[in-house]
Design a protein around this ligand. Structure first.
Ligand code: ATP
Length: 238
């Protein structure tokens, strides 16, 4: 149902094969409401990517439960069609335009062209005229935004972005922030990971802070950044 909670995680745990001593994610529980931009914050190795990959149905948890719009997540679950995901470095064909790359990608999903909502996704991504140029002429920031536009095709109700500002300079980071805020307008939900508090505090409505696989704190951004919590100094200085 449309009214169901975008994301609810309960007691989530993951230990990679071969690392017997340590959980990458341990006893993680949190909830994300409709219209929120949730920042998943933590230093390298905190378990952010592992968490997001479980949300996307790419890897299977060893413990706990993930519900997306009320449906349990497992690889190939139908509800995953309502989830868009950005993961680092998708391959684009360099000699084709940005628009042509996205069209090809969507064709490969086998869904009807009009369901891509291509123009709206492109508008939100803010690439403008560059869309008609070959991807090989793009800056890093433009490539990242094209990758975000790709994740936004179909206008998924839940958009998951794993460190989308990695490798970007401050103006490009600002652009990326605007893209996320625009996307969440109208009641869509965004989850974005970062290891820098400064990057997420202006964009996100809520934060989940992780360290060594565990939840450190969670809540509205203003509550967390205003609490004088010294844990965040370590996170933002990572
Ligand atoms: P980063 O910011 O570096 O991406 P992260 O918060 O996303 O960090 P994860 O990548 O989820 O953290 O890693 C959590 C822990 O799991 C780390 O200790 C990492 O070494 C370990 N890990 C991640 N992927 C694997 C894997 N495929 N096999 C074994 N261990 C892994």
């Amino acid at each position: 149902a449309r009214s169901a909670v975008p994301l609810e995680i309960t007691g989530l745990g993951k230990r990679y094969a071969g690392s017997t001593d340590r959980y990458a994610v341990r006893d993680l529980s949190f909830r994300v409401e409709r219209g929120q931009v949730l920042g998943l914050l933590g230093p390298n190795g905190a378990g952010k990517t592992t968490t997001l990959r479980m949300l996307m149905g790419l890897i299977t948890p060893d413990a706990g439960e993930i519900r997306v719009f009320g449906h349990a997540i497992r690889p190939g679950a139908p509800v995953l069609s309502r989830v868009g995901a950005f993961v680092e470095g998708p391959g684009f064909l360099p000699h084709l335009s940005g628009r042509a790359n996205l069209e090809l990608y969507w064709q490969a999903t086998g869904r009807p062209a009009e369901e891509a909502h291509l123009d709206e996704a492109l508008e939100i991504a803010g690439l403008g005229d560059a869309l008609e140029r070959a991807v090989r002429t793009y800056s890093q920031g433009m490539r990242q935004r094209l990758a975000i536009a790709q994740a936004m095709l179909g206008l998924p109700d839940l958009l998951i972005l794993d460190e989308p500002t990695n490798g970007l300079d401050p103006p490009q980071i600002r652009e990326m922030r605007n893209v996320m805020v625009r996307y969440a307008e109208g009641g869509r939900t965004v989850i974005v990971s970062s290891h820098l508090l400064a990057e997420v505090e202006q964009t996100c409505t809520h934060l989940v802070v992780m360290d060594r696989g565990r939840l450190v704190t969670a809540g509205p951004v203003a509550e967390i950044t205003g609490s004088g919590d010294t844990l965040l100094v370590g996170v933002s200085g990572d």
